[in-house]
Design a protein around this ligand. Structure first.
Ligand SMILES: CC(C)(COP(=O)(O)OP(=O)(O)OC[C@H]1O[C@@H](n2cnc3c(N)ncnc32)[C@H](O)[C@@H]1OP(=O)(O)O)[C@@H](O)C(=O)NCCC(=O)NCCS
Length: 233
């Protein structure tokens, strides 16, 4: 067990929050001390996994934000906008963010990593990669040298992103997607499972297949639908 010399409050009480709790607890120097969610989502009894659940709107008065970190553990709902909205709200009010980088990930020494970033096991993140803020990188991806991953991106598992790629803000990268080297994926794209991306994309489209082509309609996946209020945050 690592030395628990830092404390973190996890934002969320869903599946991603539970997984974050597990990883922070068993593979980091953070002690999880509480969860926080919007008032409507506070469970009966005010506890989750035996820890207090604070009202996010009043988190300021519950914790000392100069001492305690937060981690926004929300998945890709509304094409990452729900996580982005809460991340920005907390950032603009002076909270500091924890990162979770698995001890079983390979991360080269000069990789630049932003805030509120989660990198799970068996990722290979090579020389000079840059990762923005609020990015989730699930297990087992290869992120090639000099690639840039912009903020609020979600990468599922076993993607191969070759060298010198540029993955735009808020994209979702499905399992087993492959990117040739020097590919630019414009912001707000959804790259389907197993897609082989051989050319730069346009923004805000869903790409599937080998070679990847845009779907005519936006995805029927409800989880990716962005509400009007969140489109331009
Ligand atoms: C890309 C994706 C979002 C599209 O979902 P959708 O909009 O609901 O797509 P539909 O099921 O309506 O399919 C539309 C068409 O695209 C095809 N298609 C969908 N996903 C495809 C994929 N990944 N590869 C190839 N073709 C695909 C379908 O067969 C269908 O073709 P048809 O019109 O000829 O029948 C979804 O297939 C996907 O890949 N999701 C990501 C899965 C993943 O990575 N999960 C991990 C979560 S952590």
């Amino acid at each position: 067990m690592k030395n628990k010399n830092k404390k973190v409050v996890i934002i969320g009480t869903g599946e991603t929050a539970d997984i974050a709790y597990e990883y922070f607890t068993h593979d980091s120097d953070f002690e999880v001390i509480a969860f926080a969610v919007d008032a409507d989502f506070i469970p009966e009894g005010g506890k989750h996994l035996g820890l207090p659940v604070f009202d996010l709107a009043h988190l300021d008065s519950q914790i000392d934000k100069s001492e305690i970190f937060v981690f926004v553990a929300i998945s890709y709902n509304q094409l990452n906008r729900v996580r982005k909205k809460i991340f920005l709200r907390l950032k603009n009010t002076g909270f500091k963010f924890a990162n979770y980088i698995s001890s079983k990930a390979f991360v080269w020494h000069n990789v630049k990593i932003g805030e509120n970033v989660m990198v799970l096991e068996n990722n290979v993140i090579q020389y000079n990669v840059q990762i923005g803020n609020n990015v989730i990188i699930w297990s087992g991806n290869h992120i090639g040298h000099q690639t840039i991953i912009e903020s609020h991106v979600y990468i599922a598992s076993h993607a191969v992103i070759s060298g010198f790629c540029h993955i735009g803000e808020s994209c979702f990268i499905g399992v087993n997607a492959t990117f040739n080297d020097k590919i630019t994926v414009e912001k707000d794209c959804i790259i389907g499972s197993g897609a082989v991306v051989t050319k730069n994309t346009k923004p805000n489209l869903v790409y599937v297949g080998n070679p990847a082509k845009p779907l005519e309609k936006l995805t029927s996946y409800q989880v990716f639908k962005v509400s009007k209020e969140l489109v331009d945050i």
